[in-house]
Structure formats: structure tokens, C-alpha cells
Design a protein around this ligand. Structure first.
Ligand SMILES: [Zn+2]
Length: 444
């Protein structure tokens, strides 16, 4: 029987994975304002009892597939380390395509759990709401991109037994010949025993792994010895591009190209942030329940929160996303903020904007330009050991509300009436709250 330990904070530093180099300021202007290291996020302290193991996930999906002729279940790949199946579920007959991926970071599991509930409803439900979604939308869902990270085990308390803790990366070695240099987003444990990729940095604008010619790009090295791969593409320099070295990424990219969606959605967790303006005067400080992020092009260049002197356009916005698609992306964000805000002055009325800038190795910034999809990234406030099950329940609820608000608006067409300008009224994410682990957790 697998041990499911509710982790204590003590000793978590043992797991601090060393990056291939220490992220430094000069890396920050390379599209890595919040570099993915040196902590790939494994300091989260989850009660994993609430989450599906890979085996449980497979069993649930196969049960739905047997019970319902509405859904189609396909194994589209295997993870690099455990060989765990990457599942794709398609459901719905509508003209509007939705591509949804969860848990590309293995320790960010709430999207997977909410998606399983959604799929259960779509497969077996008979409500008007279910009928509407099935008639109008075609979902292509990868419930869990990162089986390796989801199930990652490590002897975190040094008691001679591995504990199931999960982590951000997959489990995959980098070897000479995989690429000319070991890329910035490959991490190793101090003992080099469990290396792996941050897979939301491994995508490439080509999206088709077979179409990538490493010669089309160039390598550079930061002062601290981190290797970055930059691609010259349509007159732009796509810094810190990925090389699609992870089989999971190749499977997701192929899934997205097949689906050719109108909307591309990816779910993540973030650390804890103060809701801006709260904590003043007599107002108690309030935590942000969720941040949302669009992907947009030059139509909104002058409003970018991350413009800086000498920046190239492609460091600030995704120039391959047209104005109409950019607007739809903002509309998605507004829908989530308004749906959670309708609950009045509660913990849910605290959605913030995760300031957008392109990451050229990420799912959104490569899938949206290739498919014309409008993008949305969720960052639900991560569960921590001092919030426990209440935190889990709130993350599930916030994600469910966001999913349903956006899917219903796509299905009934009301998304077209959403005022995209309201996006700019959503406050930018506030200051990080001190977390029990004393480190800033990387996000996205
Ligand atoms: Zn993430």
C-alpha cells in the first residue's frame, strides 16, 4: 500500500532541486521574469489523499468510456519516467472546439480533479446544461499531462521510505545528443537521481516535433551557465524556446494540432498572494483565490504590464495572435472574474490578473498561434499545509465556477457580449504572502 503522508514543512528543503544553473537577473529579461528554478515547486505540502493516482485516474476514465457512448478515450502517449499513460478524452458534437490540459506541472492537481467531475457529467448527465455543452462544444481534454510529476515519490523525511509528494517536472534524463546543450528548463536533484523537464517550457512554435530543426535556432549561455535556445521565426527572436524533448509535450502538441481548437485552456496552481487593496484600514487582508491570464497580441501591446525599455515586441506580447483572438482571450478572463465575483464579498471575490508576457516554450504561446485558439491560463491559489482541506475545497470550487462560466458562455454565445475592456479593471496580482516554506513558488 502506498503511503500517503500529510507532509510537515520540516525537511522540505531537502527536496529543493538544483537548477542547471542559478537563475539570475540577466535571465529575467529572456522571457523568464519568474524563472522556473531553482525550486521546481516541490515544496508544496499536499494532502494527496484527495487526488487520483495514475491508476485511479485510468480506472475512472475507462469506466466512463465503458458506460457512455458519448466519450472517446485514447492513450496518446506515455510519460518519460514511469511510462504512465497520457490520456485524451473527446466529448461533444459542437462546432466550437475546446482544448483543455491539466497538471502539466505534476504538483498542480486540482484541474484534473475538476475535469474528472466535468467529464462524468458530460458522459452520464442529462441536464439541460449538459445537453447545451454537448450540442455546442467539442472538448478535447488531456486530464493529466504529467503522470511522473503527479506520482513523484521521494524520501523527504529521510526515514528510509519514499513518500508520495508530487513535483513540477517529469522524470527524464538529458543526454548528449538530445540537444546541443542541456536546456535551461531541465532540472536535476542534488544527487542527479531524478532529473526532469519543466514541460511548460518545452513547447516550440513549430509545435510539430518532427518539424523542429535545431539549426534554425541558436544557443546562448547566461553568466551563470544556463543554456537558452532562441528561435528566429518570421522576423522575431523567440527567446527560451523549447525543443519538445519530453514525450508528454509531443503528445499534447499533437493533440492540440488534431483538435485545432477555438479555445485553449490550461490549469495551474500558484502560491499565495494578497488581494490588492485588502489589508488597508479596517479591511482584513484577503488572499487571492485565483489569478487568470490571457494570451494576446500587439492589439494590447501598449497596455502590457511588462513592457520595458529596449524590449522587443515578442518579449511583451505574442505577435502571432490577432486582434480578434486576443479579444476573445480577454473575454474568457472577464467571465471567470465575474462568475466568482457574483458570489459577493467572499473568498471567491478576489480574482486577479496574472500579468501576461509570452513564454516561448509554453503551451499557450505556441498552441494559440498555431490553431487560432483564444487562450486562458488558470492559477488557483495553492493548497498549503496550514489551509488543509478547506483550501482544497475552495480550489475545487473556484476552478469549477471558472470552467462552467466559460464553457456555458462559449456554448450559448454570450461570450460575444462580454466587454473585453473589463479585463483591464481586474487588479494585477498583489504581493506574495509569506508561505510556510519561505520560498517563492514558481508558477505558470
Ligand atoms: Zn503550473
Amino acid at each position: 500500500m502506498r503511503r500517503r503522508t500529510y507532509l510537515k514543512t520540516t525537511g522540505t528543503a531537502l527536496l529543493g532541486l538544483a537548477a542547471t544553473g542559478t537563475a539570475v537577473a540577466d535571465d529575467d529579461r529572456r522571457g523568464n521574469y519568474r524563472p522556473g528554478g531553482p525550486w521546481p515547486g516541490s515544496e508544496h505540502a499536499y494532502n494527496l489523499n484527495a487526488y487520483h493516482t495514475n491508476e485511479e485516474l485510468a480506472a475512472d476514465l475507462q469506466r466512463l468510456d465503458r458506460k457512455s457512448d458519448r466519450i472517446s478515450l485514447t492513450q496518446i502517449g506515455r510519460s518519460a519516467g514511469l511510462g504512465g499513460p497520457i490520456w485524451e478524452v473527446t466529448v461533444g458534437d459542437g462546432d466550437t472546439g475546446v482544448h483543455l490540459i491539466n497538471q502539466i506541472h505534476g504538483d498542480e492537481p486540482v484541474g484534473t480533479e475538476v475535469t474528472l467531475s466535468l467529464l462524468r457529467d458530460l458522459a452520464l448527465g442529462n441536464s439541460k446544461q449538459v445537453d447545451l455543452l454537448l450540442d455546442e462544444l467539442s472538448f478535447t481534454v488531456v486530464p493529466r499531462v504529467n503522470p511522473d510529476g503527479a506520482m513523484f515519490e521521494y524520501d523527504i523525511d529521510d526515514d528510509g521510505t519514499d513518500e508520495w509528494i508530487g513535483r513540477r517536472t517529469n522524470t527524464q534524463d538529458w543526454a548528449e545528443g538530445d540537444s546541443a546543450y542541456r536546456p535551461s528548463y531541465h532540472y536535476a536533484t542534488p544527487d542527479d537521481a531524478h532529473p526532469g523537464y519543466d514541460m511548460n517550457r518545452d513547447f516550440n512554435i513549430a509545435l510539430d516535433a518532427d518539424a523542429i530543426d535545431e539549426q534554425d535556432g541558436s544557443w546562448s549561455q547566461s553568466d551563470s551557465g544556463v543554456n537558452y535556445y532562441d528561435v528566429e521565426y518570421e522576423g522575431y527572436t523567440l527567446r527560451s524556446s523549447g525543443l519538445m524533448l519530453a514525450p508528454e509535450v509531443r503528445a499534447v502538441a499533437a493533440s492540440a494540432l488534431r483538435a485545432d481548437p477555438d479555445y485553449a485552456i490550461t490549469h495551474h496552481h500558484q502560491g499565495r498572494y494578497l488581494y490588492p487593496g485588502s489589508g488597508d484600514g479596517n479591511q482584513p487582508p484577503k488572499q487571492t483565490i485565483m489569478s487568470v491570464m490571457p494570451a494576446y497580441g500587439e492589439a494590447y501591446l501598449d497596455r502590457s504590464p511588462f513592457d520595458f525599455d529596449g524590449a522587443d515586441v515578442e518579449q511583451v506580447v505574442d505577435p502571432f495572435i490577432d486582434a480578434e483572438t486576443s479579444e476573445r482571450s480577454l473575454q474568457l478572463n472577464v467571465l471567470v472574474e465575474e462568475a466568482l465575483g457574483q458570489r459577493g464579498d467572499s473568498v471567491f471575490d478576489s480574482v486577479t490578473r496574472y500579468g501576461y508576457y509570452p513564454l516561448w516554450g509554453s503551451y499557450l504561446d505556441t498552441v494559440c498561434p498555431n490553431t487560432g485558439a483564444a487562450g486562458l491560463l488558470y492559477e488557483v491559489a495553492g493548497q498549503t499545509d496550514d489551509r488543509g482541506q478547506q483550501g482544497f475545497g475552495q480550489m475545487v470550487q473556484a476552478t469549477t465556477v471558472g470552467f462552467m462560466a466559460t464553457f456555458e458562455a462559449m456554448a450559448d454565445g454570450s461570450i460575444d457580449d462580454v466587454d473585453a475592456e473589463k479585463y483591464w479593471d481586474i487588479p494585477l496580482t498583489g504581493d506574495p504572502l509569506e508561505n510556510p516554506h519561505g520560498v517563492d513558488l514558481p508558477t505558470r
